[in-house]
Design a protein around this ligand. Sequence first.
Ligand code: UDP
Length: 405
Amino acid sequence: MRIAMISEHASPLAALGGVDAGGQNTHVAELAAALAGQGHDVRVYTRRDSADQPALVPMRDGVVVAHVPAGPPEPLPKDELLPYMRDFSRWLVDEWRGDEWVPTVAHAHFWMSGLAAVTAGRQTGVPVVQTYHALGSVKKRHQGAADTSPPKRIGYERALGRAVDRVVVQCQDEVRELVRMGVPRTRMALIPSGVDSERFTPEGPAEPRDPDRPRILTVGRYVERKGFADLIRALRIVPKAECVVVGGPPAAGLEADSFAGKLRRLAESAKVADRVRLVGAVPANEMPRWYRSADVLATAPWYEPFGLTPLEAMACGVPVVGSSVGGLTDTVVDGLTGDLVSPRDPRSLGMALRRVLGDPVRRFAYATAALDRARQCYSWRRAAEQLSAVYEAVGELRRPAGAAA
Ligand code: UDP
């Protein structure tokens, strides 16, 4: 099949760790590669955010990244991209109406990609599959007035759920949210993200560490909802342990970064500054070294649509202590591969970390079960196989161009 993946803000070629570059970029890159590995021809459409980006960039055998001119060719926050989605979809229509590359199916990632894909799909007859990655209703619930998403997002997401041919959801919690929004369960296919268990392994080089000091690792973009502040507060009741924070701007930009400054001030007032280390963004290929150096991955989000970092840690044989939210409630088995605690509750988080760090037998049992679960249950190959079946089913729906979806 010819598979068009649309990922308007999250390029599979981008460096990760910044505010708008994380799980979706990894997800799109890994899925595109796994689908190509099955013999499909994949083209990933992402917004051109720099004037010197070539129109087409080969990513690997069977995957090409197409840079779509929509809006100024410069980085923009994703919450400012909606006005450019019309140009994005026009560009897709021109390409899909030509004879150079006409997709069998389009798979949109994030709601704005969905809008562009549905509009282009209606004009060209290409069926559309949607993955939300995150939902505006959940974001609003947790962030309230601090949510910078366009106000129409929630309504568009609800409408998309009925306009697309199939919705691919990533976890049970997302199924519940979508049902509440009125998206029929029969339109959904539950296909969780995977992890590359050849790259994320317990064996291999690890970042140096002090063997006498337990290491808690946490990984994520510098956004409030990742709960780094709760983790720093939790550290007060976890004796001796150091907390290593990976993500955010590149190391050279940490000094001037306001979020980093906030975390440092919090660590000082909590009297744990000597035990908190901000590393900054780490290239994707160096991530396994950081996981391997840790005794436990702590992840304390307020909400988490899926959460790749817990799976990556598990595949490296590292137990997870995390918030009992979103995708974590599927990936982490509480009491077996780690511990789940209430979000925004530093005391429960600290107690769980103290318990797991103070009990090597428990840690070993969690690590073994975590590794087994990541390897057995979550692979990109399996996700690609399940997706192929969805694409085949909707591919048969190819409508005459111009027909209503
Ligand atoms: N990541 C990375 N370098 C960093 C920070 C994160 O390569 O400095 C990667 C991490 O390995 C994972 C992704 O970014 O693949 C983050 O995905 P997750 O689903 O945990 O969070 P999201 O960014 O989607 O909120």
